[in-house]
Design a binder for this molecule. Structure first.
Ligand SMILES: NC(=O)c1ccc[n+]([C@@H]2O[C@H](COP(=O)([O-])OP(=O)(O)OC[C@H]3O[C@@H](n4cnc5c(N)ncnc54)[C@H](OP(=O)(O)O)[C@@H]3O)[C@@H](O)[C@H]2O)c1
Length: 472
């Protein structure tokens, strides 16, 4: 068994305790490919900065990737240990530690990708524990714990796991009054499902939106005026290159066509929001770029005034199983969500936020094959939302939506077929958008992480809403 070093002294104690139970265990700097068992203790490290905490997620992914082939083929053990309050944030946690929460997203995905292996995410509350007691608690869970994939351990309390319970929204709650003079910055808000959610929002309450995305807004050349579909755009572009004696690779053709389609979608969103009585403007910026984002938001403040809300909808996918996922795949997906959020929070430290809404995913709750990066990133979003809600208090509504698959946005036609073939009901766009608005207007502010699926689509929109709890 390979035990990664927590650098606080728990790893050697754990190795000794396991040896007394006849298990060969050694503390390692990096996990060897042939290890049939791994206990990743990086989540117990004492952390002083957010970047140290984020690095823990990268190390855990590297450890999982080292043994992914072995555990897929022959099974084995992979366990992560984090310290996010002993109940995966549901009973509070340290703010730096929350950035390590991706570990449980990794484990839930590994559980699906490695069906022969035993995997578990342990959340061990360290407050009041000696290193010896911590090593004892982990040993006991490894040797005698139950089959739960997520297990929370708190001193003198029963072990817990996380449940998502169906919970309708109470319509008796009085409608939240939103600040219509405020400025809401929406990453990814010009396209996809976030744009649909904003349109429903604008229908309910006209607001002031600043939309961010990487796509540069450009004037569309006149040759495309009559090209309405993707196929027509391709043909028009191909013909124009041919007529000019130029060559274009299929990849370049696709990139140009996608840019035109993205531009059209952005313009359409801006038009619709304005028609509905909201103010809307678009800024092209990559939210992974801290300086560029800070600069854009300064410009927003100059033109629009103080920022009062953030809706973080930006996200990308690069699906591959842990064994095959490259660090570039991982980085792109993880950074867009997590570094994007960190940059947003840093750039708005002085703004009086009364709304912080994160587009997370059900992949964070359940894991998803090919999406360890996405599950990890979204799980961090969920837990940062919990921390932000407790820091910002009653003046700020904080929600993290763990969406099931929508019938649109990043669910491309091929992904749609993949889901429907497996009997997954997609969330219809209008329904998802309506749920979004109602949760913000009527949702209990104590319920930070909500799970919304399309499981029972058509049976009433609140049938598919779940709240989380931590119990045995
Ligand atoms: N659709 C679903 O079924 C589903 C399910 C669960 C969760 N979600 C979540 O919902 C959100 C929206 O998803 P979607 O389906 O609408 O995806 P989408 O259609 O692919 O839209 C993603 C948006 O994010 C923007 N974006 C990506 N990277 C960015 C970056 N680095 N900086 C700034 N903007 C960036 C994109 O604009 P540019 O390309 O112009 O940058 C685009 O507007 C995502 O966070 C996703 O994880 C969606």
């Amino acid at each position: 068994m390979a035990i990664t070093d927590d650098e606080t002294g728990i790893a050697p104690l754990l190795a000794d305790k396991l040896k007394t139970h006849g298990i060969q265990a050694e503390v390692v700097r990096s996990v060897p490919n042939h290890a049939s068992g791994v206990v990743f203790l990086g989540g117990l490290r004492s952390l002083t900065t957010e970047s140290e905490a984020l690095a823990v997620n990268y190390e855990a992914f590297a450890a999982a990737k080292s043994v992914a082939q072995q555990l897929t083929a022959r099974g084995g053990l992979f366990v992560t240990v984090q310290s996010t309050g002993g109940a995966f944030g549901l009973r509070g946690m340290g703010s730096q530690q929350a950035w390590t929460s991706g570990l449980s997203g990794l484990i839930k995905t590994a559980a699906l990708e490695w069906p022969k292996a035993s995997v578990k995410a342990i959340d061990l509350e360290m407050t009041g524990l000696t290193k010896e007691q911590a090593a004892d608690a982990i040993t006991a869970e490894l040797l005698w714990g139950g089959p739960e994939v997520e297990v929370g351990l708190r001193i003198n309390e029963p072990r817990v796991t996380v449940h998502a319970e169906p919970a309708s929204l109470s319509k008796s709650v009085s409608k939240r009054v939103l600040n219509q003079k405020g400025v809401i910055v929406v990453t990814g808000g010009a396209r996809g499902v976030t744009a649909a959610a904003l349109q429903a929002f604008a229908e309910a309450v006209p607001l002031r939106f600043v939309l961010l995305g990487r796509t540069a807004l450009t004037e569309e050349p006149a040759i495309f005026t009559h090209a309405n579909t993707e196929a027509e755009l391709r043909q028009t572009l191909f013909d124009s290159y041919k007529a000019n004696g130029q060559k274009m690779t299929p990849r370049e053709l696709s990139t140009r066509v996608q840019a035109i389609l993205a531009n059209r979608e952005i313009k359409e969103t801006l038009h619709t929001l304005k028609q509905l009585g909201s103010h809307a403007s678009y800024y092209a910026v990559d939210i992974q770029d801290q300086q560029a984002l800070a600069h854009t938001l300064s410009e927003v403040r100059r033109e629009w005034g103080q920022i009062t809300g953030i809706i973080h909808g930006a996200g990308v996918l690069a699906d591959k199983r842990i064994a095959d996922k490259t660090s570039e795949n991982f980085d792109l997906v993880f950074r867009t969500k997590v570094v994007g959020l960190s940059n947003l929070l840093a750039a708005t430290q002085q703004d009086p936020l009364d709304m912080l809404v994160l587009f997370s995913s059900i992949a964070a709750r359940l894991g998803n094959i090919g999406q360890c990066d996405y599950a990890m990133a979204n799980e961090i979003l969920n837990k940062i939302a919990v921390v932000q809600a407790s820091q910002r208090g009653a003046d700020c509504i904080v929600k993290s939506f763990n969406w099931g698959a929508w019938d649109g946005g990043m669910v491309t036609p091929s992904l749609r077929t993949h889901f429907t073939d497996r009997g997954v009901n997609l969330i219809p766009i209008e329904q998802g958008a309506r749920v979004f608005v109602e949760e913000l207007l009527f949702g209990d502010r104590e319920q930070i992480e909500v799970v919304i699926t399309g499981d029972r689509v058509g049976q009433g929109i609140w049938e598919d809403r779940y709240e989380l709890s931590a119990n045995c």
